[in-house]
Design a protein around this ligand. Structure first.
Ligand SMILES: [Zn+2]
Ligand SMILES: [Zn+2]
Length: 567
């Protein structure tokens, strides 16, 4: 798998589909072992799920598409499929390493060892394809290696009684309820036509070779003796396909969403407890008649003083003369004003000095001024802001920022940033086709060679992900990161042009233009961000990035979610 480790484990994509998409890429699972929590990623080279259909047929579900096609006809999921856990998870959690199922990788290692020891050449390469039953048996007979995993069933998952029925049945006509149950238990694909059971030709060869020896009587006490019996009867060793089962449940669903804070503000500016109404709507304050004059808000707000006209302003500049403003402090007791943060008021001796003052804010004037600056003619019906500014040194934002965020459908975080939250998913390698970016573009970003050192020519070559590159979500049901960041870029460009009178910076129209843009990845409760570069898009609800990048944010992939900010 190219997408696990750092606490993430992989499931077969068909497993995700067969659970009615309950499990998806990025879903957090609570697991029994070896860690406590994990996020699921996809790996299609592990054992897929096996299901029984309503008509009795048993099928290995090899792909998402097949799973979807079968969905309505499934009677029971007999096996959910393998879970791929990296060695590092056991090490990191200080847990005893559990034996793996007997998988292709083990078989290849044992085969290579035997070939070397016995000085034999195989003449065939099974690294890309599985051997046929005939080939598999020949290899086991000649070299004494266990039977290839593809043809090794979950032998000790059935009862002794059912196994005996199967054993007799293989030597006869393969029929009967117990035989069918045994085949379901050991996960052999088959169809049931009346009493008759039809298994695939290849599986029949395997069953006949392993159980076709009529000389022996299965004198078995418990199911764990079944593999040994098979080995004695057939001379072929069958290894355990499922030495351990792990229980898991969903922790929380995968996430990829714009970040909003309480009240969904788009601007950090007080709209008052009453004036802005239930919706905390700054627009509602524009015509409110709660005070002597229309369009006023009475609220505590931070004050500065203009260096030119010497009037109060709430911003770091004066909206009348465009000059910078200096911070001022007030005595909470006598309102005495100070030019610096003093220990105590020289007038009354009070030590409660603060930047705020309760005042009547002329929001009507401020809004008119901001609209004029932006050349905006209609005030949006809803411009969500905050009731009051609380906390130490809470600065208010120019109204223009809120108007432009509203225009672009953006929300503000309490520190004035616009963020997007998504589940952390690790990725070490990728194919250009998986991240929806053309090969030419990737070459521009420095991806010139694939993992084999071949020059990058087609979109199915595998590339090693650079540690600071990230892949963000697109085409989501909520606003995808790609769309949200296009809006952020447009917002910043509008702000530069219309508010700061500068040249636009991003000039982004479509998501492809975002490729190469830098972001900051930021975990909650940390202050150091990690720079990342957007290189592509997937439909997964989560951000794929190198394990180093997630680790750089002081996070792993056990269901954590972090924010990204366009830089
Ligand atoms: Zn001024
Ligand atoms: Zn005072």
């Amino acid at each position: 798998s190219r997408t696990n480790g750092l606490a993430a484990v992989s499931f077969h994509p068909a497993t995700m589909e067969i659970t009615e998409r309950f499990a998806a890429i990025g879903t957090q699972f609570k697991v029994e072992y070896p860690g406590k929590a994990t996020v699921g990623t996809a790996c299609d080279t592990i054992h897929p799920p096996v299901v029984r259909l309503k008509n009795g047929e048993v099928i290995k579900v090899e792909s998402r598409k097949q799973a979807r096609d079968l969905e309505r006809r499934i009677d029971e999921i007999l096996f959910l499929g393998d879970m791929l856990v990296t060695y590092g998870e056991f090490l990191e959690n200080g847990k005893k390493l559990l034996p793996s199922a007997y998988v292709e990788e083990w078989w290849e290692k044992e085969l290579a060892e035997e070939l070397e020891e016995q000085g034999v050449k195989l003449g065939k390469d099974f690294s890309e394809r599985d051997p046929s039953p005939k080939e598999a048996f020949k290899i086991s007979e000649k070299l004494g290696v266990p039977l290839h995993p593809k043809w090794t069933y979950h032998w000790n998952e059935t009862s002794v009684e059912r196994f005996k029925a199967l054993y007799r049945s293989v030597q006869d006509d393969l029929s009967g309820e117990k035989t069918k149950k045994a085949l379901e238990d050991i996960l052999v694909q088959h169809k049931a036509e009346g009493a008759e059971i039809k298994v695939r030709k290849e599986d029949l060869k395997v069953l006949n070779r392993l159980l076709g020896n009529t000389d022996r009587k299965p004198e078995l006490e418990n199911r764990d003796e079944i593999p040994k019996f098979i080995e004695e009867a057939s001379g072929i060793e069958v290894r355990d396909q499922a030495p351990h089962y792990l229980g898991s449940r969903m922790g929380r669903p995968e996430k990829a969403e714009k970040r909003t804070i309480k009240g969904d503000p788009q601007l950090l500016f007080p709209c008052g407890k009453k004036e802005g109404g239930r919706m905390r709507n700054l627009t509602a304050t524009y015509n409110n008649k709660l005070h002597d004059e229309k369009g006023k808000v009475k609220e505590r707000i931070l004050h500065n003083r203009c260096t030119k006209c010497n009037e109060y302003t709430y911003f770091s500049y004066c909206i009348d003369c465009d000059a910078p403003a200096n911070p001022i402090w007030f005595c909470k007791e006598c309102d005495n004003e100070h030019n610096e943060e003093v220990e105590e008021c020289e007038k009354c001796g009070n030590q409660r000095i603060e930047r705020y003052k309760y005042t009547e804010i002329d929001t009507r004037k401020l809004i008119d001024n901001a609209m004029e600056n932006l050349g905006m003619r209609n005030l949006p019906e809803l411009l969500k802001s905050v009731r009051g500014m609380s906390g130490k040194h809470k600065h208010v934002e120019p109204i223009e920022k809120g108007l432009l965020r509203e225009k672009h459908g953006l929300y503000v975080n309490k520190d004035g940033t616009v963020r997007y939250d998504a589940s952390d998913i690790p990725m070490t390698h990728f194919k250009p086709s998986e991240i929806n970016v053309p090969v030419e573009k990737l070459r521009e970003l420095g991806y010139n060679k694939d993992i084999n050192g071949e020059s990058l020519e087609n979109e199915d070559q595998i590339l090693a992900l650079k540690p600071q590159d990230i892949v963000i979500p697109k085409n989501d049901k909520t606003i995808p990161a790609s769309e949200y960041f296009i809006s952020v870029a447009n917002f910043v460009d509008d702000l530069l042009e219309q508010f700061y009178n500068m040249e636009p910076y991003y000039n982004i129209e479509k998501k492809e233009d975002l490729v190469g843009s830098l972001v900051i990845g930021l975990a909650p409760h940390t202050s150091g961000g990690t720079v990342g570069r957007i290189i592509g898009f997937t439909e997964a609800k989560g951000i794929y990035a190198h394990p180093y990048w997630h680790a750089g944010k002081r996070r792993n992939a056990d269901g954590d979610e972090d924010a990204i900010l366009l830089l």
